[in-house]
Design a protein around this ligand. Structure first.
Ligand code: TYD
Length: 220
């Protein structure tokens, strides 16, 4: 049977990466082979494109160039990693996917919804995740987290608070337009609370997991 594809979305420093690791572990522990990956990146070629888009000054690329680079990386990721895994029955969790292109390039960089939809259609047709978990949190809180982590600041982290507020609102709009696949969590909570919300939602979405994903999964 074909695996399921779950994406994690949200602004910077919302805790997606940690939660993606936790969910992958829970699924693997439940006997479901799960692959954890990320965008931009995930394959050799897409990771090379990642360096191009994340490094440098914020005006290094125009919005459309940035979008095309993201989709070039995404196509390589799908062709070489995601699709082969799903066909083998492996579940795939991706830390970001196409909704990030809509939020960042479509909304925040101002390309507009139609432009992003056109490129998506041309490159991927109707391909979308089976489920998307949105991490919603006030950017003021997350910018503090990003600073205290002491990580290198990417081109996107360096953007203004207005940019990050736009991203937040963009994801909320995208989620309400795609409510069949989106589940929004309040990311301003402890790791455990957020993890429980995610396990609960995953079991609701995929009832075949009931009783397999630990306590919260078992109750759903
Ligand atoms: P990353 O350091 O992985 O950020 P985070 O930990 O917050 O996920 O950097 C990825 C950056 O790339 C992030 O700022 C969002 C941006 N991005 C886009 O602008 N468009 C896209 O299509 C994708 C996948 C990411």
């Amino acid at each position: 049977m074909r695996g399921k594809f779950i994406s994690f979305e949200g602004g910077e420093g919302a805790g997606k990466t940690t939660q993606a690791e936790r969910l992958a572990k829970s699924l693997n522990n439940a006997g479901i082979e799960t692959l954890l990956t990320r965008e931009p990146g995930g394959t050799f070629g897409a990771e090379a494109i990642r360096d191009l888009v994340l490094e440098g000054t914020s005006d290094r690329w125009s919005g459309l160039t940035e979008l095309l680079l993201m989709y070039a990386a995404r196509l390589d990721h799908i062709e070489k990693l995601i699709e082969p895994a799903l066909s083998r029955g492996v579940w795939v969790i991706s830390d970001r996917f196409a909704d990030s292109s809509m939020a960042y390039q479509g909304y925040a960089r101002g390309l507009g919804k139609e432009q992003v939809e056109k490129v998506h259609k041309a490159v991927l047709d109707d391909f979308q995740p089976d489920m998307t978990v949105l991490f919603d949190i006030d950017p003021v809180m997350t910018m503090k987290r990003v600073e205290t982590r002491g990580e290198e600041i990417s081109r996107f982290d360096a953007e203004s608070i207005d940019f990050h507020n736009t991203i937040r609102q963009a994801f909320l709009d995208i989620a309400s337009e795609n409510s069949n696949r989106f589940m929004t969590v309040n990311a301003d909570n402890s790791l455990e609370v957020v993890e429980t919300q995610i396990l609960f939602a995953v079991v609701q979405k995929f009832p075949e997991l009931a009783g397999k994903l630990g306590d919260s999964g078992g109750r759903a």
